[in-house]
Design a protein. Sequence first.
Length: 277
Amino acid sequence: MANGSRQAAWEFFGTELKRQRENAGLTQAELGHRVFVSGGYIGQFEQAIRRPQLDVAQRIDEILQTGGFFERTWRKLIDDKRYADYFAAVVELERLATKLCDFAPVLVPGLLQTAAYARAVTLAANPFATEEYVSEKVTARLERAHILDGSTRPEYWAVLHENVLRIPVGGHEVMAEQWEHIVAMAHERKVLVTILPYSVGAFATMAGMMTLMEFEDAPPTVYTEAVYSGSLLDDPALVKRMQGTYDLLRVAALPPAASLALIASAAEDHRRCTSTT
């Protein structure tokens, strides 16, 4: 589906949501409360600014008694099966964001991954997968990274725990290429990456990865991910708290120049190991 027709379809989704909500005599806040999102989020669905997650569309059907209409429409519009249902809406939001801030405690964030690194990660989680499946997942991940190209790219920050530098994903050749890639992107001023060193000890969020997203015409949101699940959070108080958490991570990390030097050193170490094997 072309981007223009997809947007028109989401606008229809929003118009229909508003009509069904009003027919049920509910305000945006009342419907939001019943489906566990804010009223502001319902308003953004109705204006086609944001896309709901699948579970939200399903709860809307249940509350408004629409016979599965919103779930069926969601499945038709979010039709890229290369992404898990809980992540498909995040991919849509990334394309609209003006600023992205990632924190990664273990793995290189998807937008920064090379093909070889993405392949190693995919195979580790899917050791019996077909080559077609692996290639599809890797291609999807690389396509997402295109948002960091061109003059309209979002401002991109990443705080990586030193774990990410040290876990040898895919072997020395893969790791050398991965860190050289990030150094090159930093030199091109596409990304700003800092490292949270082991010496920091305990840090602000030890529960997992998160992504903060800011938009030109919509409130910020946060995405957090666990094993085979993810959550988009938009409650203003919670988003503000997560932004504060990210600020704590950022001030605890090494300065950008020192971080880049550490990354470059890691690339050299892996490259040296590659040449001696």
